[in-house]
Write a protein that binds this ligand. Structure first.
Ligand code: UD1
Length: 429
């Protein structure tokens, strides 16, 4: 298994190109199941999760082509995928594939919408809490589906098609909102989604569905109205930039000091995280090319944050911010309100010398002047990158084991960081 070796202490200086958002690319790819025509997606990141989803989609009969590089394109330029589900050959998404990645479960809604039945394994993915799918099932039941759980599979049927309905989510769910949208877009009649997720990736999916002929209003607000259409066409759509990758590198620069331009980053996608970084003492400025982050000399101030649905502080940046705060001059409190078990990075950061106390949904982080390199273990996708941030600032060598978690969500991580002066390399097993 590959490992990543970091020799800490170097400042980061230069430019980091921001990739397309993983969490937008995945539902967009899944939307290709809704139409027999070609969906062309640009700026898709090269990630293990994208590959896994291509395997899942291919199993349902989706033909795909990946455009090769054009002259002058950089190594990290996003890829263009052409996805065509001319016919669906299999409506079962098997355990072997869905267990690798939770978002694979989201194929349920488009398969059901298009074919009238689907059988999808209950999901796997990051071990960051129980992560049930009850609300996704509830949304489809509201649309008229009959759903049963059989031997670890969700079996859904709607022989006479889905019907427009009011769907009220008792709590904000991104996957639930994607599911409701893909179920409602070709349903008979109008649906209203209440307490919808306002995450930018939901808006990106809606933009694409509209380009495919969907009639949807209100994306980005808590109430989304979907007027069902009989069929969808193909479309061309560019994936929006990854706000979690942007925030991660911004926090890395705040941690090590230096001056980095995050190319193509969109500050409006992560204002709450940028505000916390600014409060910690780094400078953040917006240019035509992206977001520039600098910290020179000043010590880091402690900042309290609480994770919340968008536009709140994202749970997917909580681990990275904790790494940053472990080096601050004082104590900060970090509260996790989205996932109950999302503190697995705490014991690994402690191996680097961080002082963190857990109490329910709160982590009390006493900043230390120096972190020290150590062997650590990546436990989930975002937790593992918090160890990279810790390692970049720690004295000496940090060896990160189980880096396949990083490959699921961070494109060309070592390349992007080493170009900015980090001493980071992958040791292949
Ligand atoms: C998505 C993101 C993930 C991010 C999360 C929250 C993708 C591929 N993943 O995950 O990176 O951390 O949003 O921003 O986009 N819940 C239920 N019942 C359900 C569904 C969810 O109780 O049926 C709960 C979850 O346990 C959690 C909360 O709702 O406490 C939010 O989860 P949700 O927004 O659904 O997360 P995902 O869509 O899985």
């Amino acid at each position: 298994m590959d490992r990543i070796k970091i020799t800490g202490g170097a400042q980061l200086n230069g430019k980091i190109p921001i990739s397309g958002a993983k969490n937008a690319a995945l539902p967009l790819m899944i939307a290709s199941l809704l139409t027999p025509y070609t969906l062309e997606l640009e700026n898709v990141p090269r990630l293990a999760d994208v590959q896994t989803l291509l395997r899942i989609l291919a199993n349902h009969g989706v033909d795909y082509a990946v455009n090769g590089k054009r002259p002058g394109e950089r190594a990290e330029t996003g890829q263009t995928l052409r996805l065509t589900a001319a016919s669906i050959v299999d409506t079962t998404a098997p355990y072997e594939l869905v267990s690798k990645m939770r978002a694979g479960f989201w194929v349920l809604a488009p398969l059901l919408a298009r074919m009238g039945s689907a059988r999808v394994s209950l999901p796997g993915g990051c071990a960051i809490g129980t992560r049930p799918v009850d609300l996704l099932i509830m949304a489809l039941e509201r649309l008229g589906a009959v759903i049963e759980i059989e031997a670890g599979y969700v079996v859904a049927k709607a022989p006479r098609g889905l019907k427009g309905a009011e769907i009220e989510f008792p709590k904000v769910t991104v996957g639930g909102t994607h599911t409701a949208l893909m179920g409602a877009v070709m349903a008979d009649g109008t649906s209203v989604i209440h307490n919808a997720a306002q995450e930018p990736e939901v808006e990106d999916l809606v933009r694409c569905l509209i380009a495919m002929g969907g009639r949807i209003e209100g994306a980005g607000s808590p109430t989304i109205t979907v007027h069902g259409v009989a069929a969808l066409s193909g479309a061309r759509h560019a994936v929006l930039p990854d706000r979690i990758e942007t925030g991660t590198y911004a926090m890395a620069v705040a941690m090590t000091g230096g001056d980095v331009l995050l190319e193509d980053a969109r500050p409006d996608l992560l204002q709450s995280a940028l505000d916390a970084i600014i409060e910690s003492g780094a400078e953040v400025s917006v240019t035509n090319e992206g977001v520039r982050v600098r910290r020179n000399g000043r010590s880091l101030m402690p900042v309290n944050v609480t994770t919340n649905p968008f536009p709140g502080f994202p749970t997917d940046l909580q681990a990275q911010f904790m790494a940053l705060m472990s080096h601050a001059d004082g104590t900060s409190v970090i509260r996790e309100t989205i996932f109950e078990n999302r503190f697995m990075h705490v014991q690994e950061l402690a191996r680097l010398g961080a002082r963190i106390r857990l109490d329910g949904d709160a982590a009390y982080v006493d900043g230390v002047e120096r972190l020290k390199g150590a062997p650590v273990m990546a436990t989930d996708l975002r937790a593992s990158v918090s160890l990279v941030i810790g390692g970049l600032a720690a004295e000496g060598e940090t060896l990160i084991n189980r880096v396949y978690h990083l490959d699921r969500g961070f494109e060309a991580l070592e390349l992007k960081l080493s170009r900015c002066g980090a001493q980071i390399e992958r040791l292949s097993a």
